[in-house]
Design a protein around this ligand. Structure first.
Ligand SMILES: *Cc1c(COP(=O)(O)O)cnc(C)c1O
Length: 426
């Protein structure tokens, strides 16, 4: 499908039925797959033939959806995972082991921060966090001889920092390590990090890709561009024999498919965070309208950001689409068609006023989610970061008055109307 534009890929990529097969991607609701001879099955277990045998390893519904996301991002291979958390964990753990080190932007999703600061640490992988706005030299200073990964988000959730992808890619490649980018917020509709030098792209498909708040899921896409053999001593898992598959060497046997094959055949086999075929089906339905929805989210968010920015009860607005925003120039470069539908803002009077405002909203709901069709709000200081004092919140980069607003695809005037009436009441 690579000769087609991105909108056509959203609709058509992935499932290609042959004569008499279902037009719509079927849900292969089967744990297992049938073979005629013992030898046929044996060859699958040796990775000598490709084919389905057990859904923990591969399932046709999931593979069709992974292929669609792969084509949207411009990669060579992809896999679905049960959640965005699993995608980010597997993406790193596929090439890092105990004794290794990674470098990560400090402006990342809270779950990702916990994963890399605490959980992978217990497995012997150390992470240094760096300011994404730091210079290339400052970022380079965090690298060590055992650094294996540089990780960042295209648009950070919830800080809304826009990443200078080329700066990150050049620091990573000067040190012979791949750049992994979590591209959840812009989606490949607005930004394709591989085109700017990223090696591996991850997603929480739970957000805009699913788009309807029905299914938790994740995805990993490999560009196939990183030369693992050039740094063979750093990535033995890909370049040395795997004793659990009779000593095959992933880079020798699978070439550009090495990274995703290893992630599937080894990490998914052993850790097992698969996406259910049911959820993959729902994700695919979401992907068919991704290009329409993302454009509408951005259009609505721009109108809402302008409204809030000119309201006298609003203290500040953070949205890279606003021309005075600190990240506007980076957004123009990497995402000329728009950034995402998420805005953060604060109200004059601080924390209590923010809480009072949210309680007055009528259509806009208070939920722990972002990036689905319905407009919603969250007050991190009262919800996700509830246990922290105001001083701790400021240290964590979450202002006590910060309201995270995820602008949906309703009528923009109705969204603004609801915000306006709630502002009147405070
Ligand atoms: C939500 C989110 C995640 C985690 O994804 P889940 O699907 O909730 O596990 C990771 N990264 C970003 C940027 C997210 O917004």
């Amino acid at each position: 499908m690579s000769k087609y534009q991105i909108e056509t890929r959203c609709v058509q990529s992935g499932w290609h039925p042959k004569k008499g097969e279902p037009r719509v991607l079927p849900i292969y609701q089967s744990t297992t797959f049938k073979y005629d001879t013992s030898d046929q099955m044996g060859r699958l277990f040796d990775l000598e033939d490709s084919g389905y045998f057990y859904t923990r390893l591969q399932n046709p519904t999931n593979d069709a959806v992974a292929e669609k996301i792969c084509e949207l991002e411009g990669g060579v291979a992809a896999m679905l995972t049960s959640s965005g958390q699993a995608a980010n964990y597997y993406a790193v753990f596929n090439i890092c082991e105990a004794g290794d080190h990674m470098v990560c932007s400090s402006a990342v999703y809270g779950g990702t921060f916990n994963l890399f600061s605490a959980t992978v640490k217990k497995q012997g992988i150390e992470c240094t966090f760096i300011d994404p706005d730091a210079s290339a030299e400052e970022i380079a200073a965090a690298f060590r001889p055992n650094t294996k990964v540089l990780f960042a988000e295209t648009i950070a959730n919830p800080a809304l920092v826009v990443l200078d992808i080329e700066k990150f890619a050049s620091v990573a490649h000067e040190h012979g390590v791949p750049l992994i980018i979590d591209n959840t917020f812009p989606t490949p509709i607005n930004c394709r990090p591989i085109e700017w030098g990223a090696d591996i792209v991850t997603h929480s498909t739970t957000k805009y890709m699913d788009g309807h708040a029905t299914s938790v899921g994740g995805c990993i896409v490999d560009s196939g561009n990183f030369d693992w053999d050039k740094y063979a001593e750093k990535y033995p898992g890909l370049t040395q024999p795997d004793p659990t598959y009779h000593g095959i060497v992933y880079t020798q046997k699978f070439g550009k498919g090495a990274y995703i094959t290893k992630a599937t055949a080894q990490i998914m086999r052993d850790l097992g965070s698969i996406q259910s075929p049911q959820n993959a089906f729902l994700l695919n339905v979401g992907l068919e309208t991704l290009h329409l929805r993302v454009a509408r989210h951005c259009e609505n968010a721009s109108k809402v950001a302008e409204f809030l920015n000119s309201h006298d009860k609003v203290a500040w607005v953070n949205y890279a689409g606003l021309s005075e925003n600190k990240y506007h120039a980076l957004a123009e470069k990497y995402m000329p068609n728009g950034t995402c539908g998420v805005i953060s803002f604060g109200l004059k009077g601080g924390r209590d006023v923010s809480v009072g405002f949210m309680d007055k909203l009528q259509m806009i709901a208070i939920v722990t989610h972002v990036a689905d069709a319905r407009t919603c709000v969250l007050h991190p200081a009262s919800h996700t970061h509830r246990q922290m004092t105001d001083e701790q919140l400021v240290e964590a980069g979450v202002a006590p008055d910060l309201i995270r607003l995820s602008v949906g695809i309703e009528n923009a005037e109705d969204i603004i109307g609801d915000l306006a009436q709630a502002l009147e009441h405070i």
